[in-house]
Design a protein around this ligand. Structure first.
Ligand code: AMP
Length: 295
């Protein structure tokens, strides 16, 4: 058995329905990746999710949702706390998001983290810039130390910078911790559009250069409908995503892309084949509304 351990925050999502009521779902960047990985994993690949939840009914429901989705929950319980929440508002077809996550239990996910559970050589750990953003400085150090030790023991560490300035106190702090996280990963999965804005990269090759310099052996630079730049020790390859006539909702495009890529690599595919798999999965997701689309 090979294990993919995704690390971060899953939240309650309230999504508007046509009748004016709200549907309750569960979502969050690293969780979405775990969910798509579990749905598309071949036999022999297990997916688990590391986070922290409270001890209320909603936290229990979230853990049940994970288990039912085929994801092994690895959840620290924080008495008296609860999970984060976001609500989607729709105006003239445009979605906007309101968040209540400042006191979520997930912020403490690495407070007492020592060893990443259930991982052995050949397994994979996955985390994101959002995972880093919600933690205290001390917890960020703990998480990076645990990832570094896992990597030394033969675990492949993968990282999506997922730059979200609103979650960070300021840009320098964001850039500092994203760079620190990049230094512990084997595979980086940045999105060019965000990286250009916040790191000033002139083109996708500039983004790949920065993550290669930090130490990532494989860098996959996503770029919306444009070609993905795949950098491996063998060189650079451009891989065009499928052309889509009507994009409905790009929520979780990057998260599902990452799931496709990681499942491909863990299945023994080469990086180019895994990138094609990633593009095909994300193409399905952007043609349907919502974060978690049955694929
Ligand atoms: P992004 O994070 O926006 O760069 O998107 C992640 C991935 O989702 C891309 O690398 C594509 O594979 C896919 N994707 C996003 N938007 C589109 C689109 N308009 N057409 C085709 N694929 C897309």
């Amino acid at each position: 058995m090979t294990n993919l351990l995704s690390i971060g925050e899953c939240m309650v999502e309230l999504a508007p329905r046509a009748d004016g009521a709200f549907a309750m779902n569960f979502a969050g960047d690293t969780f979405n990746t775990a969910w798509y990985a579990a749905r598309t994993a071949p036999k022999g690949l297990t997916v688990s999710y590391l986070s922290a939840v409270g001890d209320d009914a909603l936290s229990v429901r979230m853990a049940d949702f994970m288990a039912q989705a085929g994801i092994t929950p690895v959840l620290a319980r924080r008495p008296g706390r609860s999970v984060g929440l976001y609500m989607i508002s729709l105006k003239d077809g445009e979605r906007s998001f309101s968040y209540w996550r400042d006191t979520s239990a997930a912020r403490s996910l690495a407070d007492d983290l020592d060893v990443l559970p259930g991982l052995k050589a050949g397994d994979m750990a996955y985390f994101s810039g959002i995972t880093m953003a919600i933690l205290s400085d001390a917890a960020r150090e703990r998480l990076l130390s645990a990832l570094t030790r896992a990597r030394a023991a033969g675990v492949t560490v993968t990282f999506d910078p997922n730059l979200r300035p609103r979650l960070w106190p300021d840009m320098d702090t964001m850039r500092h911790w994203i760079t620190r996280a990049a230094e512990v990963c084997d595979i980086a999965l940045p999105s060019y559009e965000d990286e250009a804005v916040h790191f000033g990269d002139a083109d996708p090759a500039g983004t790949a250069d920065r993550y290669s310099r930090a130490g990532a052996g494989v860098v996959v630079v996503k770029n919306g409908a444009e070609a993905v730049l795949l950098r491996t020790p063998q060189g650079d390859t451009q891989i065009a995503p499928p052309k889509i006539a009507k994009v409905v909702d790009t929520t979780a495009a990057g998260d599902s892309f990452n799931a496709g890529f990681l499942v491909g690599i863990l299945s023994g595919e080469d990086a180019a084949t895994a990138t094609h798999r990633a593009c095909a999965l994300a193409a399905q997701v952007v043609q349907h509304p919502g974060a978690l689309v049955p694929v």
